[in-house]
Design a protein around this ligand. Structure first.
Ligand code: ZN
Length: 411
């Protein structure tokens, strides 16, 4: 995305003092003179900041202010053990509230609303972000936290909550309980603010219909404030990111090159105002693309599309970047195919072969037709020929945690 003059000025200002403020960046940029960064091209030569760098700074090595100016910490858990600690100054907390309140406003939520907050409170940033924004907006916060579904429903009915803040899976659970208990006509919900993750259209429609709400995807990550750095407007398609707080880039996760607007890749964020733990070119590992053109809502804040996955899940076959979402979408339009699948990529006779195993309940004689249909669906989507193989329902492995579905046997 073309960096405008205001953003370039903010970045220069941010960089001018970063080595003095942040021992972390003093080390990372040891061989860089921030004054040499005069253009977008210069900026794009700066090294990325990775989650591992943040882990290595445990516990408070990221702090760019004296300890007495830190008013709060949050933490993102890692799969490898060492957590990442993000220190916040009073201004950071305030800025987060401002951004979250903007998200509510963009979703059409006002001071008259009653916001039931079901994400967790504590070290991670979810619940408290919803709360900060609600209070700044002047809405009524109902700080439930997760779980205790019966109590959730009772409060929702008795306090006449109009907005639900939730993860997509908890929103679905609540929707099912509401349908089960026939509470549909007792609840007053009109909006759902859902933490952004990759979730299918089918799930989205079910939640929206059963709760009777309009859904908004809110984006954010603990390393960069938390949820609230962007949300989709009434035109639904993509999330606006608050450009006065964050500068966004999309890179090819393999080559690390910045991609033109419209192309899918990994989202990289630079904070423009953060005091406690400023981050320069932070790799989020979230895959999305910048939506080009102006949004019909008129907001000047740039938009990213609903996340299509994590860059760790991406795989390249015959020069084409493939994400699990692509396979899932192809399966969704293939009649007779279920959503369970497994992909094997092998290198044979000098070329890459991608086999897509999928489950089906259809009888043996129909399977060649389903395989053909899936072949076409993937070809239409990715311009890639694969070998589809139908298997019986239950044949593919399942796990309670995240199921590994793509196996690259080429290397
Ligand atoms: Zn918009």
């Amino acid at each position: 995305m073309k960096m405008d003059d205001t953003t370039l000025a903010s970045i220069k200002k941010e960089l001018a003092s970063i080595k003095e403020r942040s021992p972390f960046y003093a080390r990372k940029f040891a061989n860089i003179n921030p004054e040499d960064i005069k253009s977008q091209e210069d900026f794009q030569k700066l090294p990325f900041t990775n989650k591992d760098d943040l882990r290595d700074a445990y516990p408070l090595g990221l702090a760019a202010v004296p300890a007495r100016d830190i008013v709060r910490i949050h933490s993102s858990s890692g799969t490898t053990g060492t957590p990442v600690i993000i220190p916040y100054t009073a201004k950071d907390v305030q800025d987060w509230a401002i951004q979250f309140a903007r998200c509510y406003k963009m979703s059409g939520i006002t001071a008259d609303d009653r916001i039931q907050i079901t994400p967790g409170y504590g070290l991670w940033t979810a619940g408290i972000g919803f709360q900060l924004g609600a209070e700044l907006l002047g809405a009524m916060a109902i700080p439930m936290g997760p779980g205790n579904t019966e109590k959730q429903l009772q409060m929702m009915v008795d306090l006449e909550a109009t907005v639900i803040g939730a993860t997509s899976s908890y929103a679905l659970l609540l929707a099912e309980k509401i349908a089960e208990q026939g509470l549909g006509n007792k609840i007053k919900l009109r909006k759902g603010v859902i933490g952004s993750e990759r979730w299918g259209e089918k799930m989205r429609n079910r939640i929206a219909n059963e709760l009777g709400v309009q859904l908004h995807d809110i984006y954010g990550l603990t390393e960069i404030y938390g949820p609230g750095i962007g949300i989709n407007c009434e035109y639904q398609s993509a999330m606006h990111i608050w450009s006065d707080y964050c500068y966004i880039e999309i890179i090819d996760p393999n080559t690390n090159q910045v991609l033109p607007d419209g192309q899918s890749g990994e989202l990289v964020i630079t904070t423009l105002q953060k005091e406690g733990a400023p981050l320069i070119r932070y790799r989020t590992h979230d895959l999305t693309r910048i939506v080009t053109g102006t949004c019909p809502c008129g907001s000047p804040h740039p938009r990213i599309e609903t996340l299509i996955g994590r860059s760790d899940d991406m795989i390249k076959v015959k020069g084409i970047n493939i994400f699990p979402a692509h396979i899932e979408e192809a399966l969704a339009v293939t009649e007779g195919a279920s959503s369970e699948y497994q992909v094997m990529i092998d290198h044979m006779n000098g070329r890459d072969i991608m086999t897509v195993f999928f489950e089906t309940a259809s009888p043996e004689e129909h399977r060649p037709y389903i395989e053909l249909a899936l072949h076409k669906a993937i070809k239409d989507k990715l311009a890639l020929s694969v070998m589809p193989k139908a298997v019986n329902v239950g044949d593919l492995p399942r796990s309670e945690k995240k199921t590994k579905r793509i196996f690259d046997n080429r290397y």
